[in-house]
Structures are given as structure tokens and as C-alpha cells.
Design a protein around this ligand. Structure first.
Ligand code: IPM
Ligand code: MG
Length: 352
């Protein structure tokens, strides 16, 4: 088969980590007889610099015409301390999510035995933790209207909005993941305070009887933040709204001790996007030291979710495990000698 992949490397370390995933995908293509066609487009700060728009129309059209999107990272420190900037790289990411209808962000949280000692948690707490955060991605306070500033500039407001349909479609996906896994779904909200959360709870409660084989529990977000570090093994699938999911999925990723290793998928109405969950790590940009594994594993998620190539995805995961056992790793996780980003990519492609 021939698969068209849009490559949106973005900013910071984006280009160098995406390059490694491309090497690995090419090796998969060779081994399993598929052809992957890669076309690049700009997103984020580099797109602002080039054309003044963090998600140019041309990039959108390429995404729409592709079978999947491989995404690197966006963000540039020059915008972080400039709250007055008129356009920001993050707007490119949000525009992409909205325009592609990517209403679900799937973040699997898995541990790697060789990295457990890097976890901020005790080994016995985190060993074997394995859950998926299903985050709503195109609604809530990220996109609600009205938003803005009062005329005199002394007051600002954001609006959190959800409709029943939005809650239903993301929850449906949560149930599907739970059905494929250990049949437990935790719904995270703040129904003791927020109207949108009460709508979530009510809507999910209506769906529960249709899924008698799934054990559903409801948890307030503050409690969930606590439980993730107290007893991460209790979770199987967690479904939650946009901002809670943003915060909790970062928290969840860090307990594994391997932030540089976790992939994600954003799926919905149009072309799905696959990206590492870490950011653009500007301090390392161009130095060939960033860990490419999260992006390589995102490519594995792409093969599985977008192309239904499970065996090929497994081949990527296996070679990643092998590289870690062999100590072919970048400096962030190396115990002894550290290898360059590009060396890890070459090794993976060769040993696949
Ligand atoms: C993420 C990021 C984004 C978000 C930022 C960069 C806008 O933190 O993908 O989790 O908040 O959604
Ligand atoms: Mg985030």
C-alpha cells in the first residue's frame, strides 16, 4: 500500500526528532513492503516567521489530503514571556485541532522497566502502571466564547462550554478503549463546582447502562491529580475534558520517569495527527541530543490507528525496546555512554 504522510516538524527539536521517525518508517516500508510518501509543511513559530500564520492554509490542505500527520513540536521561548504577542505558535496547534476536528487526544501512559529508577515515585508504586488518558481536545475553555479583556484592560475572561454531543462522542471513545483494555473507565470532572462538569456527569451516566461490562467511576479532578501519584495502578482508561486532560496527562507522563518516550495520537473527524507529548525543548534544538523515541513511538501509533498495520507497529515497539536494552539511548536516559539523536534513529532503522 501507499500511504501519504504529512510531516509537520514544527519548532525547536521538532525537525531532528521527526527525521528519526521518518528513517524508522522508511525501514518499516522496506521490510513490510509499503510505501510511505512524506510531504513537509510548516506549523508553529517557523510558520509565523515564514508567512505570519502559525497554521497556514497550505499546511491545512496538505493535512486534509494526507492519510496521517506526523507532528514534531511547536513553541519558541521568544513568545513565552511576551503576553502581548499578537500571534503565538500555540494558536497553530489549536487551529489544527479545530480545523481537522481532532476531538480526542489519546495518551497511553506506560512504564519502561529500565527507567523506573528515574520516576519521581517509588518503584513499587509505579511499576506496572499502564493507563490511557482520553482527553477531549476541541472544546471547553480552550475554545469557548466569549473570551477576552474588558475595555479598560483590568479584567479578563474565558468561557468553558460543552454540548451533550461533544461529551457523548469523547465518552464513546473512552468506552471503546476500556472495552479493549481492562474494562474500567474513570470519568474525571469537577461536578461539585462547574456546570459543564455536571453536564458531563449527567451525559455519561445516561451512557453507563449501554455498557454493562465496563466499570465506570467518577472522580473529581483534584482527587484524580492526587490518585495519579498515590496509586497510578488503579487507572485503566481515564476520560476527561480539555483542560483537565492537559494537566493530568502531563502529570501522568512524568510518573513513568520517561517523558521523552511517550507518544500520543489526536483523532477525530479528518486526518489524525501523531506527536510526541513532550514540547519543543528549545535549549536542545539543533544539537542532535534530544530523545527521538516518543516520536518514533508516535509513528508506531500512526501505523496502528491510522493504517491498521499492527504487526508493523509492533516491530517498531520491539526495536525500541531492543535499543534501550542495548543502551543505544540519548543523554536524558543514558546510564553510560550517550548517543546522538541521529545515531539512535540510524540504529533503530538498521535493527528493525
Ligand atoms: C498539549 C500542549 C498544548 C495544550 C499547548 C502547547 C497549547 O500543552 O498538547 O498538551 O495545552 O493543549
Ligand atoms: Mg499540555
Amino acid at each position: 500500500m501507499n500511504y501519504k504522510i504529512a510531516v509537520l516538524a514544527g519548532d525547536g527539536i521538532g525537525p531532528e526528532i521527526v527525521d528519526q521517525a521518518i528513517k524508522v518508517l522508511k525501514a518499516v516500508g522496506k521490510k513490510f513492503n509499503h510505501s510511505f510518501e512524506f510531504t513537509e509543511a510548516k506549523v508553529g513559530a517557523c510558520a509565523i516567521d515564514a508567512v505570519g500564520n502559525p497554521f497556514p492554509d497550505e499546511t491545512f490542505e496538505l493535512c486534509m489530503a494526507s492519510d496521517a500527520v506526523l507532528f514534531g513540536a511547536i513553541g519558541d521561548p521568544k513568545y513565552d514571556n511576551d503576553p502581548k504577542a499578537k500571534v503565538r505558535p500555540e494558536q497553530g496547534l489549536l487551529a489544527m485541532r479545530k480545523k481537522l476536528g481532532l476531538y480526542a487526544n489519546i495518551r497511553p501512559v506506560t512504564t519502561f522497566p529500565s527507567l523506573l529508577h528515574k520516576s519521581p515515585l517509588r518503584k513499587d508504586l509505579v511499576e506496572g502502571a499502564d493507563f490511557v488518558v482520553v482527553r477531549e481536545l476541541t472544546g471547553g475553555i480552550y475554545f469557548g466564547e466569549p473570551r477576552g479583556r474588558s475595555e479598560d484592560g483590568t479584567k479578563a475572561y474565558d468561557t468553558c462550554t460543552y454540548t451533550r454531543e461533544e461529551v457523548q462522542r469523547i465518552t464513546k471513545l473512552g468506552f471503546e478503549y476500556a472495552a479493549k483494555r481492562n474494562k474500567r473507565l474513570t470519568v474525571v470532572d469537577k461536578a461539585n463546582v462547574l456546570a459543564t462538569s455536571r453536564l458531563w456527569r449527567e451525559t455519561v451516566q445516561e451512557m453507563v447502562p449501554e455498557h454493562p461490562d465496563i466499570a465506570v467511576d467518577f472522580m473529581f479532578v483534584d482527587n484524580a491529580a492526587m490518585q495519579i501519584i498515590q496509586w497510578p495502578k488503579k487507572f485503566d482508561v481515564m476520560v476527561t475534558e480539555n483542560m483537565f486532560g492537559d494537566i493530568l496527562s502531563d502529570e501522568a507522563s512524568v510518573i513513568t520517569g520517561s517523558l521523552g518516550l511517550l507518544p500520543s495520537a489526536s483523532v477525530g473527524i479528518h486526518t489524525s495527527v501523531f506527536e510526541p507529548i513532550h514540547g519543543s525543548y528549545p535549549q536542545a534544538a539543533g544539537k542532535d541530543i534530544a530523545n527521538p523515541i516518543a516520536t518514533v513511538l508516535s509513528a508506531a501509533m500512526m501505523l496502528e490507528l491510522a493504517f491498521d498495520l499492527t504487526e508493523e507497529a509492533k516491530a517498531i515497539r520491539d526495536v525500541v525496546d531492543k535499543s534501550m536494552t542495548a543502551g543505544m539511548v540519548t543523554e536524558d536516559i543514558a546510564e553510560g555512554k550517550a548517543y546522538k539523536t541521529s545515531q539512535v534513529g540510524d540504529w533503530l532503522a538498521e535493527h528493525l
